[in-house]
Ligand binder design. Structure first.
Ligand SMILES: [Zn+2]
Length: 493
């Protein structure tokens, strides 16, 4: 009887994980366990939704993924053969054609969804301190920086102005227009490396990235000639970190953490002047595409489970961890099913999103074109937090829905990807509109301790991906995607 077998499997999996935890914690014979250690029982609903055959299939998917280098070959091609893929670039278009071709080769029905994207290209980016306390005659101090996405240009020969350093928006406000107008304003908000090291890197990122996002506009509103932010991230090899910034109409850049310290220290001693040259260009909007590839459901083709990552990247590195890896593991979810001749009951939809980095035009287009189908979108997964060892999922769904997925998670227990971390916001920028519309949303939850060393820097390259960890991510995506597509009842909202 399927339910009995399912129950037995779960029981054994839980028992062995409890046992190994107990062994790890205490070499001594254990006293009788306290009541709170009682073994969790699978609920009737869990057992009904995950009969034994489905659990066997999920196990086979995991085992196959852990020995499969498909995702790695995909991200290698995206990063090394194609390269950086900013919105509007030739590489972004080449990546669309490549991913569409690969998914067609797997037998999926592929559609390209056209979307207008911004087209911004980096120019020269240099800076030098030309006046500061203690300066040796005839010298200057080089400042390492990069333009933020959407930055306007300085004159070709650059501009020279005094630098004003603030640590936060309150200090900016207190300075007011008279002390900011005509100056180069530096926001010196420090990325909290302690939080990142302790495993809550995205909290540190959220705190610091407000300045990258809104700082230049706030500086422009007070008449600043240009705005700089301290790089958002934990990189400490003098690497600047680019990223989206709200249009401010002034040149905007990120200096490295080291250079932010340098400027702040000198400014505390006296007057600091900078010569700044940033010459990016905003070109006319370009045409981009979301790649949407369906593996049609055998029983409920109208019900859709999305597995996704974003295909565009920043231009400094080659977009390996952000987010070639996410696209690659979403593609592998389909590849594994094809390899094992498994058929999803609901439609498994692989999406490679365009323009996550420079405004989200891809997800906006999808919402416009598909929102009438959102009631039939059973769930959506995005991987956009890197390629490191997966710990489980961030989830925005009801507690009841989360609990129903436990049997699928247990399959991932052999490598520990069993956490279900409730999130108050959509766990993935491209699936946030779906999530807001009530679609249960999941984001792969990776170990983020080193993610912000590389994210949005020139060091986001293929070597940062550990193949065995990418395989674990692919296994987590494929198992969860298939579980959502094949569990008996659609995941409740
Ligand atoms: Zn990303």
């Amino acid at each position: 009887m399927p339910n009995t077998r399912g129950s037995l499997k779960i029981t054994i999996a839980l028992l062995s994980s409890l046992l190994s935890a107990a062994v790890a914690q205490s070499p001594q014979p254990n006293p009788a366990p306290p009541p709170f250690a009682a073994m969790p029982q699978a609920s009737q609903a869990q057992l009904e939704n995950f009969p034994a055959q489905l659990l066997d299939e999920l196990s086979a998917i995991k085992t196959t993924a852990l020995a499969d280098d498909y995702a790695y070959r995909q991200v290698a091609h995206l990063t090394e053969n194609i390269g950086p893929r900013p919105s509007g670039s030739l590489q972004a278009k080449a990546a669309v054609d490549y991913v569409a071709g690969e998914l067609r080769a797997l037998g999926l029905t592929v559609q390209l969804e056209e979307v207008k994207v911004p087209h911004w290209v980096r120019g020269a980016e240099t800076a030098e301190l030309v006046e500061y306390p203690g300066q040796a005659k005839g010298t200057g101090q080089k400042v390492v920086l990069t333009a933020l996405g959407g930055s306007t240009s300085t004159p070709a020969e650059g501009l020279t102005a005094d630098v004003v350093v603030v640590n936060n928006f309150d200090e900016l406000k207190a300075l007011g227009h008279d002390k900011v107008a005509g100056k180069i304003l530096l926001f010196n908000e420090i990325f909290d490396k302690e939080k990142a090291a302790a495993g809550i890197a995205f909290v540190a990122y959220g705190e610091a990235v407000r300045y990258r996002g809104a700082g230049p506009k706030a500086a422009a509103d007070l008449g600043a000639a240009a705005a700089l932010v301290r790089s958002v991230g934990s990189a400490d090899f003098r690497l600047p970190h680019t990223g989206f910034s709200f249009p401010a109409g002034i040149p905007a850049g990120a200096v490295t953490a080291e250079d932010a310290d340098l400027i702040a220290h000198l400014a505390a001693e006296g007057k600091v002047r900078m010569h700044l040259t940033l010459t990016p260009q905003k070109l006319p909007d370009a045409t981009g595409f979301n790649v949407i590839a369906d593996m049609k459901g055998s029983e409920h083709p109208e019900q859709i489970v999305v597995v996704s990552g974003h295909l565009d990247s920043w231009d400094l590195g080659t977009g390996a961890i952000d987010d070639g890896a996410g696209v690659a593991v979403a593609m592998e979810a389909a590849e594994i099913l094809q390899k094992l001749h498994l058929h999803p009951k609901r439609t498994l939809r692989v999406i490679a999103w365009m323009d996550e980095e420079s405004g989200g035009a891809g997800s906006q287009a999808y919402t416009k074109d598909h929102s009438s189908e959102f009631p039939r979108h059973v769930a959506a997964i995005e991987s956009d937090s890197g390629a490191a060892h997966p710990l489980g999922f961030d989830v925005k769904m009801t507690t009841h829905a989360t609990e129903l997925l436990r049997p699928a998670l247990a399959v991932l227990g052999s490598f520990g990807a069993t956490a279900m971390q409730p999130s108050s916001y959509a766990p993935g920028a491209d699936i946030s509109a779906m999530s807001d519309a009530g679609v249960p949303a999941l984001g792969l939850l990776q170990d983020g301790r080193t993610y912000f060393h590389y994210h949005h820097t020139a060091a986001d390259t293929l070597d940062k991906i550990v193949p065995v960890e990418l395989r674990e991510n692919a296994a987590a995506m494929a198992v969860m995607g298939y579980a959502l597509a094949n569990m008996k009842e659609p995941l409740p909202r």
